[in-house]
Each structure stands twice: as structure tokens, then as C-alpha cells.
Design a protein around this ligand. Sequence first.
Ligand code: 5GP
Length: 192
Amino acid sequence: MKLLEDRIRSDGEVLPGNVLKINSFLNHQVDPELMKKVGEEFSHLFKDSGITKVLTCEASGIAPGVMTAYELHVPLVFARKKKPATLNDAVYWADVYSYTKKVTNQICVEQKFLHKDDCLLIIDDFLANGEAVKGMINIANQAGAQIAGVGIVVAKTFQGGSKWIKDHGYHLEALAEIASLANNQVHFVGEK
Ligand code: 5GP
């Protein structure tokens, strides 16, 4: 998605440890116009997949997730990273190792929001080693739901997540694919 690549080029900052900071339009401040375009693109890519719900993880998956769900006319369910005091009902849990924070968190989704007749589109902001996506797949499997595919705003293809998702037979779409962040430069897949 050229608009997204241009925005990464102009506003992105490469941090040590192969981390791309895009706090000005996705991870802190959010650009709703760009997120609307992201939602339209994912909706277009998965429009024939029979999706009944979008599943994402708080916090940064919510903006692209809700715009995608809006375009597909389905609900968004976001996994919580801490079980809120108000959440007393049965929940599905999964462990997720955080690439940026270097800690293992548990994510949870209330069981009543995912069913075995659901067909899910998993959305996330970044894909690195695939831990967050694996956690959401784990939760979808516990619910017995079908997974139509995985939509990622920014995939760092030089880390293991993209390969793992494709090797396991899931339909993966990434709107920006980064081949390398070497020398503090963003290099997109396919660019010379
Ligand atoms: P994974 O679980 O695939 O290893 O990492 C994906 C998660 O870690 C994303 O949900 C995102 O929150 C965070 N993450 C991984 N790499 C980056 C990055 O380069 N920049 C930012 N802002 N977040 C990242």
C-alpha cells in the first residue's frame, strides 16, 4: 500500500533492536484517514472470505481492526492484556511473548464473544516473530472458530512471523512489508 509506505518513509523512526517507531500515525497518535484506507484495503482483500468477526489485540490493533470491521460490517473483538475486574465470565487465555517489551503477557477474550461458527480475520499492527498472531490463533482454536486469514499493517519479513504464518497454511496479507531495517534505513520488500 503505497500511501502507507510513503508515511513510514516520512514519519517512521528506526530504533535499536530492529524496532520501527510509527507513533505519529498508529502506535500513539492515530491518523484516522490513513486507518480508514487500511480498513478499506483489508476489507477488499478479504471480502469473499465469509468473515463474521475481526479479532485483534489491544492496544495498537484496535485502530486498524475497527476500521476493517466497519468496512466488513462485522464486530471487532479485541483480546485484553489484563483481565479487567469487570470480566468475571469464562475466558480463553493464551501466552504471548512481547517482542518490544521482552516479557510474556497473557491475553484473554471472553468466551461469549467467539463461537465455533465464527470465521475470523485476525488483524494486528506489526508482525515480527509472530507471537501475538500465534496467541490469537490459539484463542480462535480454543473457541473452535475458523480463521479466514491474517491482516497485518506492517510486517517485518526478515523476522520469523511471516514465514510461520504462511507455512502453517494461513492466508497472510501485509500492507507494508519491510525486508530490512539495517543501518537505520527502512527497505521495503521488492524495492531496489
Ligand atoms: P510478534 O508477536 O510478531 O513478535 O510482534 C508483534 C507485536 O509486537 C505487535 O503487536 C507490536 O505491538 C509489537 N512490535 C513488534 N515489532 C514492532 C516494531 O518494529 N515496532 C512497533 N511499534 N511494534 C512492534
